[in-house]
Design a protein around this ligand. Structure first.
Ligand code: C5P
Length: 213
């Protein structure tokens, strides 16, 4: 199978040097890419700014902004069988990016923010029977919020991630289906979780070969 994986944070610039972002290492997405390659699959990895090396053999597209991540994902999606959105996308951007560096004036600076595009929702809109898996990191009412996101974005499954996953080597995950049932669960180092998820997705795909999602 060929997987499209979004990973890492995106950046939204206020001016040429300052930006809004999310605290994401990209480790989950890169581990998934590595696990998929080891299992003999092909990977298109769309990555925001991270301090990780791309696993050898994957096709990496490095981006900064949400709009760039969206465009790269849409360009890769037609050739893929599965999309997995692990990216911690910056949901808002300053309405205007100022050229140069905003000067201090001694007064408060008010920023107007507008929403960025939802990459996962866009991939779902174009899914055409393919498997789409989202990620949700929730600090409270995890299952309820994750399920709401699954339906709002239109994906097939959502991986509920422990908030302690941020920037850490290990995590605990639970995969929810559209009915809110837990269909897979595991805790451990992210590389192990990644192998588990790749195996789960591969099994799902071969079981549903003639049956679109
Ligand atoms: O940020 P949120 O909790 O809504 O993220 C849920 C899922 O949606 C994740 O899979 C994330 O990668 C994806 N997402 C996205 N584009 C956004 C916001 C989130 O692809 N603008």
């Amino acid at each position: 199978m060929r997987l499209l994986i979004t990973a890492g944070p995106t950046r939204e610039y206020l001016d040429d040097v300052r930006f809004l972002t999310n605290g994401s290492s990209g480790r989950m997405g890169f581990s998934l890419a590595q696990a998929a390659l080891e299992a003999g699959h092909q990977v298109d990895l769309i990555a925001g700014p991270v301090a990780l090396a791309a696993p050898p053999g994957c096709r990496i597209v490095s981006v900064e902004t949400t709009q760039q991540m969206l465009e790269a994902a849409l360009a890769c999606w037609p050739a893929c069988d599965v999309a997995v959105a692990t990216a911690a996308v910056c949901d808002y951007r300053p309405r205007q990016r100022q050229p140069g560096k905003i000067k201090k004036t001694g007064a408060a600076l008010v920023l107007e923010l507008v929403e960025t595009p939802d990459i996962l929702a866009e991939l779902c809109r174009l899914k055409a029977g393919r498997l789409v898996v989202g990620f949700a990191l929730e600090s409270q009412n995890g299952r309820e919020n994750a399920l709401r996101k699954l339906h709002a974005k239109g994906c097939d499954y959502i991986v509920l991630n422990d908030p302690r996953a941020i920037g850490s080597e290990a995590s605990a995950i639970e995969v929810l289906d559209r009915q809110g049932q837990t269909v897979a669960a595991r805790s451990g180092p992210k590389c192990e979780l990644a192998r588990y998820l790749v195996q789960w997705a591969g099994g799902l795909l071969s079981a549903r070969r003639d049956n679109p999602f």
